[in-house]
Design a binder for this molecule. Sequence first.
Ligand SMILES: NC(=O)c1ccc[n+]([C@@H]2O[C@H](COP(=O)([O-])OP(=O)(O)OC[C@H]3O[C@@H](n4cnc5c(N)ncnc54)[C@H](O)[C@@H]3O)[C@@H](O)[C@H]2O)c1
Length: 261
Amino acid sequence: MNTSGKAVAVVIGGANGIGEATARLMAARGWQVVVADRDAEAAHRVADSVGGHAVAIDLGSEASIDEAASWIDGLGPVAALVVAAAVFQDVLPPIDLPMAAWDRTVQINLTGTYLANRAFGTRMAQHGRGSIVNIASIAALGSFPVHAYAATKRAVVSLTEGLAGEWGRSGVRVNAVSPGSTLVPRVAGRIASGRYAAHPGTFTALGRVVEPNEVAEAIEFLASDRASAITGVNLVVDAGWQVASTWAQYGGVRASSQQAG
Ligand SMILES: NC(=O)c1ccc[n+]([C@@H]2O[C@H](COP(=O)([O-])OP(=O)(O)OC[C@H]3O[C@@H](n4cnc5c(N)ncnc54)[C@H](O)[C@@H]3O)[C@@H](O)[C@H]2O)c1
């Protein structure tokens, strides 16, 4: 039982990266955080360091999601759900993408996000209040050579809009956050290994990538009552990747504002 009197926030994928930054920020802002992750050891490490709870969950399994939701029922009503777990894929032409990889990406990123929304959103609707934040991606906004991943992320935005309509009158808000390239250890590793043609910060208006805590700020805002009239939006946190992307044919965004008046 949650005897802290704090609002309970469940962060799925809270053991690493953006989810971890979110769990830490939400705990610092007074939420009772439940770190739910497939990596149970890391989930416990994060939860212990913020005075929260840890629970093992596999977003690829309906039974696991329902089991975790039932365990969390013991803490009292959930005020906020953040779905930050996802799997990623290599850049591949369709002919080289194994169907098993396609299926797994859809199963975890889309079906799993739906099932987590269903489990917690239904409970929130019964309780008459709650807020869900699904993490999509800038891959939902344009054309990317990661066909399975991008398709699931665009579908997450669609799902978010549908469920915002579904549960609005029941006091439940459902929003998405779409990060651009965010410097979690996984992405830092990819940059260091020369996996990208150029540093991803090169392509943004701000000339840099996003820090995990900057995404966490947007997530915590949407989860909180400060966003009480906001539902069904996809808040993009991309250091200006989207606005800069259309400047390529003009040679890219200007290097600085030191131009002739
Ligand atoms: N980092 C970026 O540049 C970036 C950009 C756009 C969108 N995103 C999105 O942000 C979210 C977080 O990404 P990240 O970069 O922090 O990832 P990450 O790899 O750093 O962390 C992902 C977490 O999800 C957990 N996880 C993976 N599969 C799971 C499963 N089946 N069940 C439960 N937990 C599982 C992992 O154990 C890990 O703790 C994802 O939805 C991702 O698509 C990230």
